[in-house]
Write a protein that binds this ligand. Structure first.
Ligand code: 3NM
Length: 207
């Protein structure tokens, strides 16, 4: 199945079990029902799952995305992309190269994180389907996140790449999401605003 890229980035939810204090499947189901437009399975960091437990959770989350017709993107795990027939893969600067991924997955979505001009200069932007720009605001969700780069980073990228699908990430919530779009992003991606929401449907709609 293919997905139109820019509309898919509009409300892009990211989650792994380490972000959840209750059932991840229930959280994703609620978010999908409320209107997220893409999902990234990011099982990473302290207390995340490995091996078969990661695969089993991935199968459950993959099935939810299929039933809501939203792209299921795996963070930095080529084997899992294949096992789950994911719609795409998202990588950071220190992960597999975009060249290698494009060769392995000619028809899947490839997303790449970029935080600085140097990283842009070193990246084969023409080989990826979208870029993740951040952290826009400060975040405590990713323990090794860099310092916040601010909305100016979106404006810089948009000026350099007028047509490229861009999604902002890092510290995005119901109050500041609009400013990220106004700065030129096609969408926002977020973890804690949903995983820690008292009312997931309300939070997705407010974004
Ligand atoms: N990547 P929250 S910031 C996974 O800057 C991730 O590349 C980032 O979580 C980057 O929405 C981040 O809770 C964490 O701030 C986003």
């Amino acid at each position: 199945m293919s997905f139109p890229m820019k509309p898919s980035l509009r409300k892009y939810f990211i989650m792994g079990s380490q972000n959840c204090d209750h059932n991840p499947g229930d959280i994703l189901e609620a978010a999908a029902k409320a209107g997220i437009t893409a999902f990234q399975f990011r099982e990473k960091g302290p207390s995340s799952l490995n091996g078969n437990a990661k695969l089993e959770l991935g199968k459950e989350l993959r099935a939810i995305c299929r039933s809501y017709h939203i792209p299921f993107i795996v963070n930095d795990d080529v084997e899992l992309v294949e096992l789950l027939d994911a719609d795409g893969i998202h990588v950071g600067q220190d992960d597999r190269s975009a060249e290698e991924l494009r060769q392995a997955f000619p028809n899947k979505i490839i997303g790449l994180s970029v935080s600085t001009t140097d990283e842009v200069d070193r990246s084969p932007i023409d080989l990826v389907d979208y870029i993740g720009a951040g952290p826009i605001f400060s975040t405590t969700t990713k323990t090794d996140a860099k310092a916040a780069v601010g909305l100016e980073w979106i404006q810089t990228l948009r000026a350099q790449f007028p047509m490229l699908p861009i999604v902002g990430i890092g510290g995005i919530d119901t109050k500041n999401a609009k400013s990220v779009l106004e700065a030129g992003a096609d969408g926002v991606s977020f973890i804690s605003v949903i995983t820690q929401a008292e009312d997931i449907a309300k939070a997705v709609k407010a974004i």
